[in-house]
Design a protein around this ligand. Structure first.
Ligand code: FES
Length: 145
């Protein structure tokens, strides 16, 4: 049912963890399955993604796609990272079963949410990036509460 690559990234996920003082952080959830994904980005002055980490409360396909997605954006410019769609991630993993396609969206949306956070903090606009739909991170990360 799952490709070898999916199984590999599920069993040995790359870039799991968090980045302290991340340049951008994004959290998205999928209300249907209740899964949550958080992405941390470390972006340098040349807008290159130096490091990326993820944490997820998600299914195996979400773990595998996030692992692959983080590998694909690491070392890339913001512009290049914007090209890393869930479709590209699924292709790199040799496909996902149709019922699991939505899981791959969590990684893409969380990366976009983290880029949005970075752009907001730096007062810049990123071409093709719009406000994330399902950012549920604000309540969780606000230390005032
Ligand atoms: Fe929720 Fe896969 S079932 S992300």
């Amino acid at each position: 049912m799952y490709s070898e690559k999916v199984m590999d990234h599920f069993q040995n996920p790359r870039n799991v963890g968090e980045i302290e003082d991340a340049s951008g952080m994004g959290t998205v959830g999928n209300a249907k399955c209740g899964d949550i994904m958080r992405i941390y980005l470390d972006i340098d002055d040349n807008q290159i993604i130096r490091d990326v980490k993820f944490k997820t409360f998600g299914c195996g396909a979400a773990v595998a796609t996030s692992s692959m997605a983080t590998e694909m954006v690491k070392g890339k410019s913001i512009r290049e990272a914007m090209q890393v769609t869930n479709k590209a991630v699924m292709e790199a993993l040799d496909g996902l079963p149709p019922v699991k396609v939505h899981c791959s969206l969590l990684a893409e949306e969380a990366i976009h949410a983290a880029l949005w956070d970075y752009a907001k903090k730096h007062g810049i606009e990123i071409e093709g990036l719009s406000q994330p739909k399902s950012d549920i991170g604000e309540e969780e990360t606000d230390e005032e509460y």
